[in-house]
Design a protein around this ligand. Sequence first.
Ligand code: KG4
Ligand code: ZN
Length: 333
Amino acid sequence: MLIAGIETSCDDTSVALFESESRTILVNETFSQSSIHSKFGGVVPEVASRNHLLKLPPLFKNSLEIAGVSVKDIDLIAVTSAPGLIGALLVGTSFAKGLAFILDKPVFPTHHLAGHILSAELTNLALKPPYTALVASGGHTHIYKVSEPLKFELMGRTVDDAAGETFDKAAKALGGSYPGGPFIESAAAGGDYQKVRLPIAMRNSPNFSFSGLKTAVLNEVSKNIFGIEDIAASLQYTIAETLSEKVLRTAKENGDSRVVMAGGVAANSAVRWRLSALAAEAGITVYYPEIKLCGDNAAMIAYAAYRLIGSKDLSLYKRLDFKAGDTMHEIPV
Ligand code: KG4
Ligand code: ZN
């Protein structure tokens, strides 16, 4: 089955073509709007929607050409329909519905977080639940117990900012570009994480709070004692420690010997290194998506739709009466 994936939930416009029998990503093309939003210091929702509208059609056409397939070969359209910026979701879902109507093909409104979590299974095809999953991105920092395939039970979440958002806001305070994660990661490489002490909030809870950490970084910047590199190194270390401690403790409580970490922050090598090292001490193995599947992309959406549909009859999805915000598989957030 050839699945076209469409992702427009935030500031990445992405199209993928995924062949399900061979589990092959034929193409996964992403137009990142980060340089457009960079001058605003973060994502501006209306600007994101307008750029999805501009970029999605040519990206789709180009993806077909790269994969060497005809639009008529598509068996299913998978589109991110929630959660995300509503205007951005409207562009992707409208495009997907138009395509489904013209081609008379099914369309599956797909949950973005299922895409992130299942991207670890797409990278590690032998990986199966049970496992404990951490999604750390610009919009989410959520821990799930995945006790059986496609059953996602919320165990912990941020009560304020997300981990990626904290990287983004701290980078802005340190004079860096958007998105902040890659900026902090490269600045941190030249710093000493032990010089600046930053707080870990709600230490004994499975929930996260990052807003105090953001304020502590702002305070360090205004004190002007330490350099950007040292503050960046300490921030990265503190976030790595926070994420690792909480997901590993939750995994132990769940009785899981496997942990999945996904989302844009999973691209951070210091976070991966720290989580995998602490997990190894606890006899836990951590699985990540390959780096190019960590951030928002349409291949994870095509794969998630394939998994969420399972053996159900595709004709069930030949309906266009869903809204941006509706999904076929609810995941608590
Ligand atoms: O998953 P994603 O692409 O989009 C959302 O669903 O939000 O995640 C984007 C987030 C941004 O906050 C970005 O700063 C962060 O992931 N990120 C990173 C790195 N690369 C992206 N954070 C830390 N280190 C990185 N290397
Ligand atoms: Zn995402």
